[in-house]
Write a protein that binds this ligand. Sequence first.
Ligand SMILES: *Cc1c(COP(=O)(O)O)cnc(C)c1O
Length: 472
Amino acid sequence: MYRMANYDEPLLNEIEERKARDVEIKISDKIRREKLNLPSLSERDVVKHFIHLSQMNYGVDTGIYPLGSCTMKYNPKLLEEVARSDKVEHIHPRQDETTVQGSLEIMHNLEEALCKITGMDAFSLQPIAGAHGEFTGMLIVRAYHESNGEERKEVIVPDSAHGTNPASARMAGFEVVEIPSKDGRVDIDALRSALSKNTAAFMLTNPNTLGIFEKDILEISKEVRKVGALLYYDGANLNAIMGKARPGDMGFDIVHLNLHKTFATPHGGGGPGAGPVGVKAELEKFLPVPRVVKEGETYHFDYSSRHSIGKVSNFYGNFPVLLKAYAYILMKGSDGLKEATERAVLNSNYLMSKVVGKHYTLPFGGSRMHEFVVSAKNLKERGIRALDVAKRLLDYGLHPPTIYFPLIVEEAMMIEPTESESMDALDKYAEIMNIIAEEDAELVRNAPSNAPIGRVDEALAARNPVLKWGDF
Ligand SMILES: *Cc1c(COP(=O)(O)O)cnc(C)c1O
C-alpha cells in the first residue's frame, strides 16, 4: 500500500542553522528599508525541504485523482515542454503584432478548432477560468437583450448546477431562479413554469453534474427559445461528449469550456486556467475585444466591434494554457479526442459498476457519462459518513472524490476517474472503497491516521484561514 511520506519538516524560517549563519545580505542601506528576515540556507537544505514537502503531498502524478467535476484530465508532459519553449516564454503582450504572428496564428487556429468541437461560430479566448467564462457569457446575454430593447432580469439554473453558475449570473446583475430536478434531470414542467418574458437565459450542464445526459435537450432548447431567452452551456468538462456530440447542435447559444480540465493543463489552488467562450453567429458582435482576425496571410487584433462587452481580462487571455490546449488538440487529432471521450465514459461506468452495491447506492437509474455520484447514506447506520470514507481513502494513499456535491444527493460522493486511469487502478479504487465500508467505524471516523496531517477542522480552516507564518 502506498503511504505518503511523513517527515517532521520545519519551515525554512525555523531551521536552526539560520541563527548560526545569519548572513549579511548585500543590499545597500540606501534602498533597504528594514532588516530582511529571510532564512539563509544552503541550496542543499532548501532542495531537501521542498522535496520532503512534495513527498508529503499527493498529486496527479502520484496516483488516481478522481475528483468529480473539477477533475484534471490527461496532462501530457510534452505540453509542458511546448509551453516552456523560448519562443513562448520570451514574448511580451506589448510587442508589435508583426513580431508575434505565430502566436496570433495559434490563437486564431485554436478558436477555429474550438468552434468545430463545439459547433459554435466564434470564440473568445480571453476569460481565464470557467467561472470567468460564465461571467463573460452572462454579460453577452445582457448585451443581447439590451440590444433588442429588453431588460430581462432572470437566469434559470437547475438545482444540480455547479455553484459558479448562479454566482456568475448574480455577478452579472441577474436574479437567479433555481428549478428542481426530476429523476436527476431537468424537470421540463418546472422549467416551463419558470420560463417567461423575463427570462434572460437558462444555464445548463450536459451531461449534468450527476453525470446524466439531458436526453430531452432538444425539447428544452425549444422551450427556452419560445420565450426569447438564450441557452447557456457549461462545458467545463467536455470529455463526456467531445468528438461525439456538440452543444451547438443541441441548440445552445453560448458555451464556455475549461481548457484546464478537458484540454490538458494541470490546475490547482485557483490556476492557471482558461475558460474560452463560444457563441452562435448572431452573438459574435458582443464577444470581448480584441478579436484575432486574419486578413490575407497576416493576423491582427481587432478592437472595432461597437457592440462588444469590452475587455474581460488584461491583454489576450492566459496564453500558455491556450498553447497547451492547441498542442493537445493537434496531438490527439479528431479521432484521439473522440477516443478520450469514449474511454472517460467507459472508465466511469466500469468504476461505477464496481462501487455501487449495498454500501454505496446509485440515486436515479441508468448509465452515466464521464462521472457518477453515489450516496453513502447506507453507511450512516454504522455511524460512517461520506466525509469519513473520503478521509480514510487518504490512509490508503488514494485521493478522495468530491463529497457533498451536488446537494440533491444525500451523503454524495462524486467520482470521475477520467480517461487516463488503467483498469487496475479502477479495480483497486473500488476495492478499497468497499473495504472501508466494512472497516471498524471508529477507525474510519478518526481517519486519516497514516497521513502526515490528521483530521482537520474544515469549517474552522475555511472561516479562519491562517495563511502566513509568524510576523511576515
Ligand atoms: C470547474 C467547473 C466550473 C468552474 O470552473 P473554474 O475554472 O473553477 O472557475 C464550472 N462548472 C463546472 C461544471 C465545473 O466542473
